[in-house]
Write a protein that binds this ligand. Structure first.
Ligand SMILES: Cc1ncc(COP(=O)(O)O)c(C=O)c1O
Length: 391
């Protein structure tokens, strides 16, 4: 659906999120209409973690937010909606302070730099964004030696961390100290798999004994929380600093929040400035995230529950199976029967039903992601669309 059609639909529905239980008759009246009279179906996308607004939708949603509560601007990240957003995140995470940052990369890097102080080693997952996807900032900008553990796996265990640290003291001549341990959860390069809470607790126990501070790359912590049933606050309590993305599912076009003790967060304003991240106005992103935080946890939980119902029904049809991943979150494996034309299936769902997913591979398999757009069409419609698309 074009963003224009979608916008019209959302406007005519009077709501951003259409209840999934809305009966088909709520959208299509019995009165005979031509296709062009009918409200276009909003897009359900089985990829990504949430809404990524087109500019015109972004502006409309911000206007709605402004009408509901006048948006107050910040100045260099001070005051206005930025301050309100930071306060909200302290409540969500249970941390003393929070600070808006222009990117998650900056939040991760500055958190690790401050937590580790003059100690050079930082233990990370080999699959983590910090290790693989931050352009070696840890090594080149912050003079940290990132120590990757658990190659190609979701996370290291407490035992693996302990072993690596024990072995290092024999294997190396100079003890430069271990500055921090970083954990990403859920792990993007592990198809969103989670680090089990029990393992996090064991790692925390060991790190507390060794006085090693811990950072959580919780870019998608809302997702982990919805799928594990463990609150964001509970996850946060095992870490000294926690970063959460503002754009992956909270609607902002960019931005991040870093939470932690005042002693750490108070150092960030200066560091953001000297690394060129201090922007004059941040309110467009902060206002959007603040607006979309309202009810976000419920929307995620509703989407998860609806997905489980949908996949339960699809698994009984015989033409496909949808399986969750071990320790998985919102990413599932959809396997179509061999006799189905996967390409045709994908394009029919897209063109006729505004249901978007990736192209099934040579084995007729594709990973699909659940996000709140699943709530935008009635479940009955989605089930019927899948049934229709296989023929
Ligand atoms: C797990 C994880 N951490 C950090 C980041 C960095 O976020 P940003 O794009 O805001 O720098 C990303 C972005 O993809 C991510 O997936």
């Amino acid at each position: 659906m074009s963003s224009i059609n979608r916008r019209n639909f959302l406007r005519s529905s009077g709501s951003l999120v259409i209840p999934a239980v809305l009966p088909l008759s709520g959208l299509l009246t019995s009165e005979k209409k031509t296709t062009s009279d009918l409200p276009a179906k909003p897009v359900v996308k089985f990829f990504g973690d949430g809404e990524m607004y087109e500019p015109s939708d972004y502006i409309r949603v911000l206007q709605e937010a402004d009408k509901a509560a006048a948006i107050a601007k910040d100045r260099y990240g001070v005051g206005g909606v930025v301050e309100a957003l930071e306060k909200k995140f302290t409540v969500l995470t249970g941390k003393e302070k929070a600070i808006f940052m222009p990117s998650g990369t900056m939040a991760n890097q500055l958190a690790l730099a401050v937590l580790s102080g003059n100690k050079s080693k930082v233990f990370v997952q080999e699959t983590s964004h910090v290790y693989r996807d931050e352009a070696d900032a840890g090594q080149t900008v912050f003079q940290k030696r990132l120590m990757p553990l658990a190659k190609d796996e979701t996370c290291f265990t407490a035992a693996q961390l302990q072993k690596a640290i024990d072995e290092m003291s024999n294997a190396e001549a100079f003890n430069t100290g271990i500055g921090a341990v970083s954990i990403e959860n859920p792990v993007r390069r592990s198809d969103g798999r989670m680090v089990p809470l029990e393992e996090i607790k064991q790692i925390r126990k060991y790190c507390l004994e060794k006085k090693i501070p811990m950072h959580l790359d919780g870019a998608r912590l809302y997702v982990a929380s919805a799928w594990s049933g463990i609150s964001i606050k509970e996850y946060s309590q095992y870490f000294d600093t926690v970063y959460i993305s503002l754009y992956k599912y909270l609607g902002a076009s960019a931005g991040a929040i870093l939470c932690g003790d005042a002693a750490i967060i108070d150092q960030m304003t200066h560091l953001i400035k000297i690394h060129g991240g201090s922007m004059y106005g941040n309110w467009t992103n902060a206002a959007m995230a603040l607006h979309r935080m309202e009810g976000a946890e419920k929307r995620f939980t509703d989407a998860k529950n609806l997905a489980e119902t949908l996949f339960g029904v699809l698994n009984k049809t015989g033409f496909c199976t949808v399986r969750e991943l071990t320790n998985g979150t919102n990413i599932y494996r959809l396997q179509l029967s061999k006799n189905i034309d996967g390409k045709n299936f994908q394009s029919k769902l897209n063109q006729q039903y505004n249901i978007r997913l990736g192209r099934p591979d040579a084995n007729n398999e594709v990973l699909i992601s659940v996000n709140e757009t699943l709530l935008y069409q009635p479940l009955e419609n989605i089930i019927n669309a899948f049934k229709d698309a296989v023929v």
